[in-house]
Design a protein around this ligand. Structure first.
Ligand code: IDP
Ligand code: MG
Length: 150
C-alpha cells in the first residue's frame, strides 16, 4: 500500500474547497491516514519546495504557500501517488483534464489549489517533513475489501 502527501493550498482553503477536494479523494476510495491544518512558516515552505529554489517562480511560490493556512494530509491506497496526481490534474490548470481538481476549480498555475507527491522517494521525504510518525494513523475500513483487490 502506497502513501502520498497532499496539501490543500491557501487558495483551496480560502475558497472553501477543503471538503470538496477531500470528498473526491474519499470517493475515489483512497484512505486518509493523517491530517492537520497548518500555518506554514518560511522554513517549512523552503524545505518543502527546496527542489524549486532558483526557478523564476520560486519566490512567488513561497509567498503563495505561506500566505494562509494549508490542509496537510496523508492518503493511502494502491498506487496512491499516481492516483492522487491524476485526481488533482496537470500542474497547469489549463492543461489539466476535465474532471480533475485543477481543471474544475482553477485557471492559473500559481493558484493550482493542491500539492501531491510525485514519486515514492519524495512521498517518504514529504510525509516525514510534514508529519511526526505518531500523527499517522494506520487503520482498516470496513469497505476496504470492496475497494482494494488484495
Ligand atoms: P506539481 O505541483 O504539479 O508537482 P511542480 O512542477 O512540482 O508541479 O511545481 C510546484 C508548484 O510550483 C506548482 O504546483 C505551482 O503551484 C508552482 N509552479 C510551477 N510552475 C510554475 C510557473 O511557471 N509559474 C508559477 N507557479 C508555478
Ligand atoms: Mg511537484
Amino acid at each position: 500500500m502506497e502513501r502520498t502527501l497532499v496539501l490543500l493550498k491557501p487558495d483551496a482553503v480560502q475558497r472553501g474547497l477543503i471538503g470538496t477536494i477531500i470528498n473526491r479523494l474519499e470517493l475515489r476510495g483512497l484512505r486518509l491516514v493523517g491530517a492537520k491544518f497548518v500555518a506554514v512558516d518560511q522554513t517549512l515552505a523552503e524545505r518543502h519546495y527546496a527542489i524549486h529554489k532558483g526557478k523564476p517562480f520560486y519566490e512567488g511560490l513561497i509567498q503563495y504557500i505561506t500566505s494562509s493556512p494549508v490542509m496537510a494530509m496523508v492518503w493511502e491506497g494502491p498506487q496512491a501517488i499516481a492516483a492522487v496526481r491524476q485526481t488533482m490534474g496537470a500542474t497547469r490548470p489549463i492543461e489539466a483534464s476535465p474532471g480533475s481538481v485543477r481543471h474544475d476549480f482553477g485557471l492559473e498555475v500559481g493558484r493550482n489549489l493542491t500539492h501531491a507527491s510525485d514519486g515514492p522517494e519524495t512521498a517518504d521525504e514529504e510525509i516525514a517533513l510534514w508529519f511526526q510518525p505518531d500523527e499517522i494513523v494506520s487503520w482498516s475500513r470496513d469497505t476496504d475489501r470492496w475497494i482494494f483487490e488484495g
